[in-house]
Design a protein around this ligand. Structure first.
Ligand code: GLN
Length: 543
């Protein structure tokens, strides 16, 4: 049996009741998965082009997502008609509804006279509680609820054997259902928060119609994943992986440790660009607290030497990436040599990677016939360079699931809720040339900013906050003396998806306190900007 076969045998879609979402390219497709996961229902996304005969699992139900195309266009994507032979309930959402109708009739989808984008009031038939009733989809959904519409095409008439179960003033077929088979279509998007009771509709579909068990929890996942890792790595296999102090790599490392103990080797490369006390804290947490077998390599001299004279952020990233791979490889060879002498242990054959489900979705989601589907890039090209097989225990999880899992595994709260920190670290937040002293200024300013955010109880409200050093001289007056020193720019954002963000609105006393501490305590800084006031575009200092 190959590694893939072993991994597949114990994959969540084999062990948990799974709803399959076929993606037609909507921006909201991944939200369907998220809502279902929030309901403790396991769900996976595959491109709409998936051949049903090649499906690696039997889903409890299928959801056809929305999409930007028009079903009647010659280039429009279509579902494999074999989906109707799976003999499971099918729910079409927006394009999905149109696709289902088109598959069954081909003459009933037209461009509407009016695009409908935004809120609409839904009149729906109430379910009476019987699972066989077509109205179960709208059980406990009051009449007149707001739903979110985003379409230009519409059904002109019902496909044969379908009836209408919901309508809006502009969409007479806002909800349709087959009269004898479990096929449903809704023209609105239940997965967005603008649709009130949207989660209820998805729950009605998944639980009442598809009969999916709500057993997808991190407690269950820990057990199944540990047994999958053990089966995959075998009795003697060894695994190596880089940790950064961030939540993903720590949770992945802890999971590996639970599964195979000291046959997992964690490596922290200190590139001299880490946050204040980071290497010590990670060392302490991973070894004393979590019992993980960790090697810390101080390579700060090497990174800073390589970065001399470089101010272009892209170049910095490349240099840091390249050196990271080299240092990691050298360390891995050393560890492999030592490990070779360990009784009952084999070679290091595996590389741990903290890939999350959004990365997987990005690589498999359908983004239109004209675009090549992206292949998932392995961070830093490490596995190929090292001839190692990849092990990715978090690849089915979203970030919030990783956090719940981390808490279950006993990882301290501060770490589980830690803001993300870029791999190239403070080198990116230190604009211009990166020297030890410049990085130290950024590091100290960042420490103060974060300390104050924590003291003000704001850390969890903010998704990411940091201080950046701008390599320009501004005028300040300190101790009655005119000085020319560098400014620090503070940035804090709120985001739920890390795709779009709003800046966090600090109050005046907070900003006064932080800027006075930074100018007083960090030598070389005489002025503090905040992102909202800063005239520089974020891209400039974010790199
Ligand atoms: N493109 C289709 C329409 O405009 C479907 C839109 C959607 O799925 N959001 O009607």
């Amino acid at each position: 049996m190959t590694a893939n076969d072993i991994s597949e045998k114990e994959a969540p879609h084999k062990l948990f009741d799974t709803l399959l979402v076929l993606d037609f390219g909507s921006q909201y497709s991944h939200l369907i998965i998220r809502r279902l996961r929030d309901l403790n229902i396991y769900s996976e996304l595959l491109p709409c082009t998936q051949r049903i005969a090649d499906l690696p699992f039997q889903p409890k139900g299928v959801i056809l997502s929305g999409g930007p195309y028009s079903v009647y266009d010659s280039s429009a994507p279509h579902v494999d008609p074999a989906v109707f032979d799976l003999d499971v309930p099918i729910l079409g959402v927006c394009y999905g509804l149109q696709e289902m109708a088109w598959q069954l009739d081909q003459h009933n989808v037209l461009a509407g006279e009016k695009r409908e984008y935004g809120h609409a009031k839904l009149t729906c038939e109430q379910g009476e509680g019987s699972a066989s009733s077509v109205n179960v989809l709208f059980q406990d959904v009051p009449n007149g609820v707001d739903v979110w519409m985003s379409h230009g095409d519409k059904l002109s008439h019902l496909p044969e054997s379908f009836s209408t179960i919901a309508a809006t003033s502009n969409a007479p077929f806002a909800g349709i259902a087959h009269t004898s088979k479990p096929y449903y279509g809704i023209q609105f998007h239940p997965e967005v928060t603008h649709t009130s009771h949207g989660t209820r509709i998805l729950e009605n579909y998944a639980v009442r119609i598809c009969k999916a068990r709500q057993h997808w929890t991190m407690e269950e996942f820990v057990g199944t994943e540990i047994s999958r890792i053990r089966a995959l790595v075998g009795e003697k296999g060894q695994v190596i992986g880089a940790v950064s102090g961030g939540v993903d790599s720590t949770v992945a490392a802890k999971l590996m440790h639970e599964a195979i103990g000291d046959r997992f080797h964690a490596v922290l490369v200190d590139n001299g660009l880490l946050r204040h006390n980071e290497a010590e804290t990670v060392h302490q947490t991973l070894t004393s607290h979590l019992g993980i077998n960790l090697t810390v390599i101080d390579a700060s001299e090497r990174f800073l030497t390589e970065l001399k004279g470089v101010s272009d952020p892209e170049k910095k990233r490349k240099i840091i990436g390249k050196n990271f791979i080299e240092v990691f490889q050298e360390t891995a060879h050393k560890i492999a040599k030592e490990a070779a002498g360990t009784p009952n242990a084999g070679d290091i054959e595996w590389l741990l990677q903290g890939t999350l489900y959004p990365d997987v979705i990005e690589s498999i989601a359908f983004r239109g016939p004209s675009q090549t589907i992206k292949t998932h890039h392995n961070v830093g090209g490490l596995p190929a360079a090292m001839h190692l097989k990849l092990i990715e225990p978090l690849r089915e999880l979203f970030k919030d699931e990783v956090r719940i899992l981390g808490t279950k595994l006993g990882i301290p709260e501060e770490l589980v809720w830690r803001h993300p920190f870029p791999g190239p670290g403070l080198a990116i937040r230190t604009l211009g040339e990166v020297t030890r002293s410049q990085v130290e200024i950024t590091r100290q300013a960042d420490r103060i900013f974060i300390e104050e955010i924590i003291a003000a109880g704001l850390y969890r409200k903010i998704s990411q906050a940091y201080a950046a050093l701008l390599p320009i001289q501004v005028v300040g007056v300190m101790g009655d003396k005119r000085v020319h020193e560098q400014p620090i720019c503070l940035r804090a954002v709120e985001t739920t998806d890390f795709m779009t963000a709003n800046w966090f609105d600090f109050d005046r006393p907070f900003l006064d306190k932080v800027s006075s501490r930074i100018t007083n305590e960090v030598s070389g800084v005489c002025s503090v900007f905040q992102n909202s006031m800063c005239l520089l575009h974020q891209g400039i200092y974010h790199g």
